[in-house]
Design a protein around this ligand. Structure first.
Ligand code: BGC
Length: 350
């Protein structure tokens, strides 16, 4: 096991960006940079022991700054969408950037995914770890309260990437954190043949702008039924209005039996290589985004773009637009309270 520290590059203002390489005792390797708390590479073996990088990313900081659709990012203060960039808290209306018109997305153009975090490596008995921390001032991106966030990544010797979130505020605010890796377990240019399982009976269906309507849709007899392991392409192109709105899957599944404790909620499997990712979380929701617009994103090869459906995000979270939906699990964090959540991606083969 080891942890290496290297310079990854610098921001436009000259601030250095550091890249940490975490290797566990089985040879799994995670590369995480200070900017955006971004997981840039994650190397895991197939059933023959062959390692490949299973997340999309770039080699250069400039590419992240210019083109990245949140590749591997730590997202906050609020992951996913808030309708029209507006919400009310204690009778006061707060306004946020509508950076995904007409809505707010992923904490805004200056959100935590686009900040350079403080980073401190730690060798723990569970495995090599990286502790990232950020201080977001009152009013940053329109959110109230000075928010201090700590995110700890541990690459455990049990072959898991464990992500622990911790946040405190000095004024009532809303928070929702997620990890935004684009997984591709085969190294090929599509994940449509990957098999997905989600322990969920319901999704939060959305309007055309991907804001939840507030109702729930039972997955029975719909293309959203992944209760049994199902290839992503089994029904992704079915003529279902929800799939049409999003050009594929870009929906929040309501996880069964949520009680705030860590529980297994789903898995992704590549039948050819055998690679499997199991997702465990304390969160109530899972956004599955099948990279529906990756075909618009430049790679680092001149003139070459990524491909639609080249990767899939498995984003554990509270539900989108919760600040405007009082019947959804609350995202309110009060002054003096401690927000904690944990998500574990476990890697194996079968
Ligand atoms: C959202 C997508 C969005 C993507 C990249 C996902 O979390 O659900 O709608 O296109 O992030 O920003």
């Amino acid at each position: 096991m080891y942890i290496l520290k290297n310079k990854f590059g610098q921001l436009e203002n000259g601030e250095p960006v550091t890249l940490f390489t975490l290797k566990n005792k089985n040879g799994l390797t995670a590369k995480i940079m200070s900017y955006g708390g971004i997981l840039t590479e994650l190397w895991t073996p197939d059933r023959n022991g062959k390692f490949i990088n299973i997340v999309l990313g770039y080699k250069k900081i400039e590419s992240y700054l210019k083109h990245s659709p949140y590749f591997g990012a730590t997202i906050g203060r609020y992951a996913n969408r808030i309708a029209k960039g507006r919400f009310k808290l204690n009778n006061k209306t707060y306004r946020l950037a509508t950076n995904n018109p007409p809505n707010h997305l992923h904490g805004g153009p200056g959100g935590l995914a686009l900040q350079n975090w403080q980073a401190k490596p730690a060798e723990t008995s569970a495995g090599p770890a990286l502790i990232l921390s950020s201080k977001s001032p009152d009013g940053a991106e329109g959110f109230p309260g000075n928010l201090t966030t700590t995110v700890t990544y541990t690459l455990t010797h049990k072959n898991e990437l464990k992500i622990e979130y911790h946040a405190v505020t000095d004024q009532t605010t809303v928070v929702n954190f997620t990890h935004h890796s684009y997984f591709n377990l085969s190294g090929k240019d599509s994940v449509l043949d990957h098999v997905l399982q989600i322990k969920s009976d319901r999704i939060t269906p959305t309007d055309k702008t991907l804001i939840p309507t507030g109702n729930y849709l039972h997955v029975h007899n719909t293309p959203f039924d992944f209760r049994k392991p199902t290839p992503i392409d089994a029904r992704i192109f079915d003529p279902h209005i929800q799939l049409k709105n999003a050009s594929g899957y870009d929906h929040n599944w309501v996880l069964n039996n949520w009680n705030g404790r860590l529980q297994p909620v789903g898995s992704l499997h590549d039948p050819e290589s055998g690679r499997t990712v199991k997702v465990t979380t304390t969160e109530p929701g899972l956004q599955i985004y099948t990279g529906n617009f990756l075909g618009e994103i430049p790679t680092e090869k001149k003139g070459v773009k990524f491909k639609n459906y080249q990767a899939v995000c498995l984003e554990t979270q509270h539900f989108p637009d919760s600040p405007n939906k009082s019947h959804f699990p609350s995202t309110v964090l009060k002054a003096g309270e401690v927000f904690k959540s944990e998500t574990v991606y476990g890697f194996g083969v079968r």
